[in-house]
Ligand binder design. Structure first.
Ligand code: PEP
Length: 256
């Protein structure tokens, strides 16, 4: 049985003050939902200290970074290292988000290096994959997912793979309000799990949590999560207001 994991990706939204305000409302209403659902929040780097401070009494909510450098330290202007994140008590890191791939040119090789670097520091990666609409319409869905997974995970040991969460995010559904149907998402998730089984083993693939990402919200979360291979969500827009994020977490918890 895989425990659902819902992660908020705030992208370049919510500075330190807004983060503090969000979390004081959010944790006040979270009750014991984290018994049924793992909850992760990924604020911008500069808001992480405020988030950690606001959560001091609630370690049930994990903090993620939205990106990390594949380098240890040194002359890499604008980058943030895994060790810096560890020092802030960050537990997860989003790697390979489609916005990093398309806007900042991150290749499967770079993403692979980041995944390895994260695991050396014992951070749990949320490894994002997903196809564009052109790729889906062009019949390349499986080819694209397969190469993102195979190249992204190259050289990642079975032990490290167990600590990775995969996020399947069809690029055409991110931030567009256009959600994949539960059937489309399930089909892609089952395929992702089969590729992981081929690279490692069916036993390991059965343990890996695969999140869906792309316009997930309270109204569609339970239906998506009812699919056998959908184990959670990576959520942008619907995670920016405490109540809408709580509504989604509650909908998922109730459907369990
Ligand atoms: C995301 O940023 O990963 C995402 C899925 O965004 P949204 O929920 O807004 O589509």
């Amino acid at each position: 049985m895989r425990k659902p994991i819902i992660a908020a990706n705030w992208k370049m939204n919510l500075g330190p003050k807004e983060t503090e305000a969000f979390l004081s409302t959010f944790t006040g209403k979270l009750d014991n939902l984290t018994d049924q659902v793992d909850v992760v929040i990924a604020p911008p780097f500069v808001s992480i200290p405020a988030a950690i401070a606001a959560l001091s009494s609630n370690s049930d909510v994990a903090i993620a970074a939205q990106n990390v450098s594949e380098q240890d330290n040194g002359a890499f202007t604008g980058e943030v290292s895994t060790m810096m994140l560890k020092e802030l008590f960050v537990r997860y890191v989003i790697i390979g988000h489609s916005e990093r791939r398309t806007l900042y040119g991150e290749t499967n090789a770079v993403i692979n290096a980041k995944l390895k670097q994260a695991r050396v520091a014992n951070l749990k990666p949320i490894f994002c994959i997903g196809e564009t609409l052109e790729e889906r319409d062009g019949g390349q869905l499986e080819e694209v997912l397969s190469s993102q997974i195979t190249e992204g995970l190259e050289g990642i040991s079975e032990k490290d793979m167990k600590e990775i969460v995969v996020a399947y995010e069809p690029v055409w559904a991110i931030g567009t309000g256009r959600v994949a149907s539960a059937e489309q998402a399930q089909e892609a998730h089952a395929f992702v799990r089969s590729v992981i089984a081929g690279l490692y083993s069916s036993e390991l693939a059965e343990k890996i949590r695969i999140q869906y990402g792309g316009s997930m919200k309270a109204a569609n979360g339970a239906e998506l999560l009812s699919q056998p291979d959908i184990d959670g969500g990576l959520v942008g827009g619907a995670s920016l207001e405490p109540q809408s994020f709580l509504d989604l977490i509650s909908a998922v918890a109730e459907s369990e």
